[in-house]
Write a protein that binds this ligand. Structure first.
Ligand code: 2PG
Ligand code: MG
Length: 375
């Protein structure tokens, strides 16, 4: 048993040059990420300085010399999210988790498949309406091989887009950006994904394009009704053999998700803004989705995140551990994906996003008989 001997919070910068909270407990760090396409049902944040100030004055007093026990600390943090926001809570909870991780040498050995954001748009920047075009190296036998396949496809796509004369950039998640029609992009990507053993997924982040009960596609200046959106998603799944579709419908349209799943049982129909890592919303989503994004900062603590993962597993929903569009080099979610057996981790491929992948590469290297998860 170890007690909290020191606890301190400070402001640090995230990948979008915004302030975020970093907590330090007994010298071990945890930092909060931040979303851009945040769901309405996420636990709100507070300004980083407000969270830090509260942690350094009130929480310090209350927590010092208490046992470092994840459940106990998280139970207290949960009731303080009004004061410290989900950002202050998750930074502190991550620091506790990372401290306990550093003390425990027993490790799980089943590694998640990376689901990497290769081309992007929407709220993360770029002309594309679809927020994320994702690659999952499903044929890989090892984690390093999965990373190889995904990065080979990333480099090939970048080259091909440049070769056809496009100016290629990078957005908030390190995904490639270019001014190209979505279907044209998919037609270029599909053979690249195929010969690199990657399946394609999408995060449509449909709530971001939802206005007046319709979905607005700005590239085409076109509105789709709810039924037309469902038909469009079904068409994309079929045409590009999508193995994964995240947030295809607005964040409260549980039935819309269910309709897509009913026609595409082999595809992972994944909730993110729909479920927000919240067990109450997962209960509502049972049988309507078969995969769920797990973002610890949507709910505020590691313990609540673990409850959400357990409920997913019990209800046949595949948990997909995920980064946020605003990130730091904190790699807690990589450790959590391994620890709580999330078979997939959604991450970026390039830029500071490699922090999560690199942590898993290190852990793979240090594990005696590592294996990949079954997906
Ligand atoms: C998402 C995420 C991460 P954000 O929508 O899944 O890719 O984006 O963090 O902006 O919500
Ligand atoms: Mg999403």
């Amino acid at each position: 048993m170890t007690n909290i001997e020191s606890i301190h919070a400070r402001k640090i910068l995230d990948s979008r040059a915004n302030w975020t909270v970093e907590a330090e407990i007994n010298g071990i760090l945890g930092a909060s990420p931040a979303g851009a396409s945040t769901g309405t049902h996420e636990v709100p944040t507070v300004p980083a300085e407000v969270a830090c100030d509260f942690i350094n004055r009130k929480i310090k007093k209350a927590f010092l010399n208490h046992e470092i026990n994840q459940k106990e600390i998280d139970r207290k943090l949960k009731f303080l999210t009004g004061k410290i926001g989900s950002n202050g809570a998750i930074a502190t909870s991550f620091a506790v988790y990372n401290f306990l991780w550093s003390q425990n040498t027993e490790r799980k050995s089943v590694f998640p498949y990376p689901l990497g954001n290769v081309f992007g748009g929407g709220a993360h920047g770029g002309a594309c309406d679809m927020q994320e075009v994702l690659l999952c190296p499903k044929n890989a036998k090892t984690f390093p091989d999965a990373v190889q396949k995904m990065t080979d496809a990333y480099h090939e796509l970048k080259k091909e887009l440049k070769d056809i004369g496009l100016s290629v950039g990078m957005n908030d998640e390190g995904a490639l950006t270019a001014t190209i029609g979505f279907m044209e992009l998919m037609d270029i990507l599909k053979p690249i994904a195929d010969h690199n053993g990657c399946a394609i997924g999408l995060d449509i982040a449909a709530s971001e394009m939802y206005r007046h009960n319709k979905y607005y596609y700005k590239q085409k200046d076109q509105f789709l009704s709810e039924d037309e959106q469902i038909d469009f998603v079904n068409h994309l799944i079929k045409k590009y053999r999508l193995f994964y579709v995240e947030d295809p419908m607005n964040e409260d349209d549980f039935d819309g998700f269910s309709e897509i799943l009913s026609k595409n049982k082999k595809t992972l129909v994944c909730g993110d803004d729909l479920t927000t890592t919240n067990t109450q919303r997962i209960h509502k989503a049972v049988k309507k989705i078969n995969a769920m994004i797990v973002k610890p900062n949507q709910i505020g603590t590691v313990s609540q995140t673990v409850e959400a993962i357990k409920l997913c597993k019990k209800t046949r929903i595949t948990p997909v551990m995920s980064h946020r569009s605003g990130e730091t080099t904190d790699a807690t979610i990589a450790r959590m994906a391994l620890d709580f057996e999330s078979p997939i981790i959604k991450c970026g491929i390039a830029d500071m996003r490699t922090a999560k992948i690199n942590e898993l590469l290190r852990l793979w290297d240090k594990t005696e008989k590592p294996k990949m998860a079954k997906i």
